[in-house]
Design a protein around this ligand. Structure first.
Ligand code: PMP
Length: 418
């Protein structure tokens, strides 16, 4: 694929930083270089001596000596080599992408570490979206995506969706207004979607739908941004095949996150996609954060526990929380609301019957009763449009608290019905 037509002027103008290239060289292992290059400070002058972190499984992670120095030093903009190569292997294992050559000779795919997947998303949007460009997405969608996209002045086109994600027939109808053989400046360049446990809807897209959407992406030649932070929180097996796993052309850019299974505060995310595009994201990183915190990337911390253990622990917790939420909704909301059981993630998307808009109900009446939920309107492209939904996140509260919320929501919902 030729990616130049997809790039914004800002992204196309980015040039590699000569100094950052030196930093990548300095990361080479074993460290044989005597370097008088770069402007890195000497970590011997830093005040930290060592640190030790006790893990819940009884292990202790010690940061000292060379490890400590490394964790406190600048590092390369793609990410720490060990973390990146581990993650590349994982991507191959989980998604088996048809273009999965991460080798320099073939150079088709690339990955970089980002400060949470939010950084990756923001930078991918800035790379691809010019003012006036058409972007397809299935709203309601993640408010952080709207916050990143809307200031870019693009034309966001909403593709209808249901509990199985974006509806390909609706996408086909929307795309029919463009001639696939004669693209013009308004032909969509990018489609964004959250394929598993969508935020806020909890929707998960079926493989059949992904295949159809991918076919349309080929026909109209647009890129797909697959934002999948809830991938590791899928409650049923087998886990869904991803857009990345279908990507024969190199038109999928995937963002992953460790926020839900390792720590949201450590801020570790990943961008995976065609090398020419990931390289552009990295040029942006070079010019902004330079790299994700070295301390949080050090293999010791981020990969000290096996991924399957992390996933097992998180999944059994979230599955129980989801079940508590569903049984409470069944108990208290049956007559006043509708919802679909999410098969991934941490959200229940509740439609209150007979309510045009939940904003006042949630921000005044429910809050008065000490209950906080998110009125669904904030996830719409135009947040002022009335919306009968609320988003309930079942991640933080105890099962007892979870049981209380639908009870209160039911009572204010009935009194607020119009
Ligand atoms: N995408 C979606 C759909 C999300 O829900 C979130 C976090 N709530 C993010 C991206 C960002 O996650 P992080 O930066 O913590 O990886």
């Amino acid at each position: 694929m030729n990616y130049s037509r997809f790039l914004t002027a800002v992204s196309a103008a980015r040039k590699p930083s000569p100094i950052r290239i030196l930093t990548e060289l300095q990361q080479r292992s074993p460290p044989t270089l005597i370097s008088l290059a770069g402007g890195a400070p000497n970590p011997d002058t830093f005040p930290f001596h060592s640190a030790s972190i006790k893990m819940k499984n009884g292990e202790t992670i010690e940061f000292d000596g060379a490890m400590m120095k490394r964790a406190l030093q600048y590092s390369g903009s793609y990410g720490i080599p060990e973390l990146i190569s581990w993650m590349k292997e994982l991507q191959k294992r989980l998604h088996n992408p048809p273009t999965a050559s991460f080798s320099p000779e073939r150079g088709q795919m690339e990955m970089c570490v980002t400060t949470g997947s939010q950084e990756g998303l923001c930078k991918v949007f800035e790379m691809l979206v010019n003012p006036g460009d058409t972007v397809l997405l299935d709203a309601p969608t993640y408010s952080g995506t709207l916050a990143a996209l809307q200031p870019l002045g693009c034309n966001i086109v909403n593709v209808p969706s249901d509990q199985y994600g974006m509806i390909p027939d609706s996408l086909r109808d929307i795309l029919a207004q463009w001639d696939s053989h004669k693209p013009d400046s308004t032909t969509p360049k990018v489609l964004y979607t959250i394929p598993n446990g969508g935020n806020p809807t909890g929707a998960s897209m079926t493989l059949e739908r992904k295949q159809k959407v991918y076919e349309l992406a080929k026909k109209y030649d647009f890129l797909i941004i697959e934002d999948d932070p809830y991938y590791f929180l899928q409650f049923q097996k087998p886990w869904a095949s991803t857009f990345l796993s279908l990507d024969v052309d190199g038109r999928v850019i995937r963002t992953d996150s460790f926020s839900k299974i390792l720590s949201s505060g450590l801020r570790i995310g990943f961008v995976t996609g065609p090398k020419p595009l990931v390289d552009r994201v990295v040029l942006h990183i070079q010019a902004s954060t330079m790299h994700t915190s070295t301390l949080t990337q050090v293999r010791h911390l981020s990969l000290s526990l096996s991924l399957s253990l992390l996933i097992r622990l998180s999944l059994s917790f979230y599955r129980a929380q989801r079940n508590a939420m569903l049984s409470s909704a069944d108990k208290w909301l049956k007559d006043v609301a509708e919802w679909h059981a999410p098969v991934a993630g941490m959200f229940l998307w509740i439609k209150l019957k007979g309510i045009k808009d939940t904003q006042q109900l949630i921000m005044e009446k429910a809050l008065e009763k000490e209950v906080l939920l998110v009125p669904g309107g904030v996830f719409n492209i135009h947040s002022s449009e009335p919306c009968p939904y609320v988003r309930a996140a079942f991640s933080l509260s105890t099962p007892q608290q979870i049981d209380e919320v639908p009870h209160i929501l039911g009572s204010v919902g009935i009194s607020g019905a119009n």
